[in-house]
Design a binder for this molecule. Structure first.
Ligand code: 3PG
Length: 212
């Protein structure tokens, strides 16, 4: 899979914290109904890995990634659960090696040019930019595109609705992520209709810049 190409088509990756794996498939269905074709289920809750397995085994047309991978030891279980890509908040060579060995595409977290060059050196060309709002947001993407145009990014962290058009205008944006469409509390309350409506609203902005 070419992660950059796939993420450019999808445009948006909801970052999910989920408490009950039983909620995973209804959540995925709600997101799909709103035009979202990808999900990053984080390992911040014990229900993360089982939720990934539920969505993958459901056969829904949803690309499923695993987020908050902070140690190489986690990679094997992520592959077993069926994750199609991994996301780490920062980068270590050990995480990179484990993902290479497992043939698991990785979005390694970066915030400095040196971190970007290190990840590129290790063969990762689509990178997470986190926490994006604290490190310069869309202006950072624009600035780094000059000297390092071969890197593509998926920014997350503090991205507000009003920031989205500026991110979508960046040539090095693969996709962007946030928890805004499906916050943990809304999933716990099983507010599927509201999640679909939020997804539709956000994807209308994405599709205005990235028509299918
Ligand atoms: C995260 O990893 O927490 C994501 O970056 C989501 O950030 P947000 O909650 O600010 O959208």
């Amino acid at each position: 899979m070419d992660l950059n190409h796939t993420l450019r088509r999808l445009g948006y990756v909801p970052v999910i914290e989920i408490d009950h794996a039983d909620d995973a498939v209804p959540l995925a269905e709600a997101l799909l109904a709103g035009g979202v074709g990808c999900i990053e289920v984080t390992l911040r809750t014990p229900a993360g890995l089982p939720s990934i397995a539920e969505i993958v085994n459901s056969g829904l047309p949803m690309m499923v990634g695993v987020g908050t991978v902070t140690h190489a030891d986690q990679v094997h279980a992520c592959v077993d659960a069926g994750a199609q890509f991994a996301v780490s908040p920062g980068y270590t060579h050990a995480i990179g090696r484990a993902c290479h060995d497992a043939h698991l595409p990785l979005l390694p977290g970066t915030v400095t040019p040196s971190e970007v060059l290190t990840a590129l050196d290790d063969g990762w060309h689509t990178l997470k930019f986190f926490p994006a709002s604290l490190y310069g947001g869309a202006a950072w993407l624009k600035a780094i595109h000059g000297p390092i145009p071969q890197a593509n990014f998926c920014p997350t962290g503090g991205i507000r609705d009003e920031d989205i058009p500026a991110y979508l205008a960046c040539p090095n944006l693969a996709a962007f992520g946030s928890s805004a469409v499906a916050p943990r509390s809304m999933i716990a309350e099983r507010k599927w209709h509201e999640i679909t409506e939020r997804a539709k609203k956000l994807m209308a902005v994405v599709r205005a810049h990235r028509p299918l």
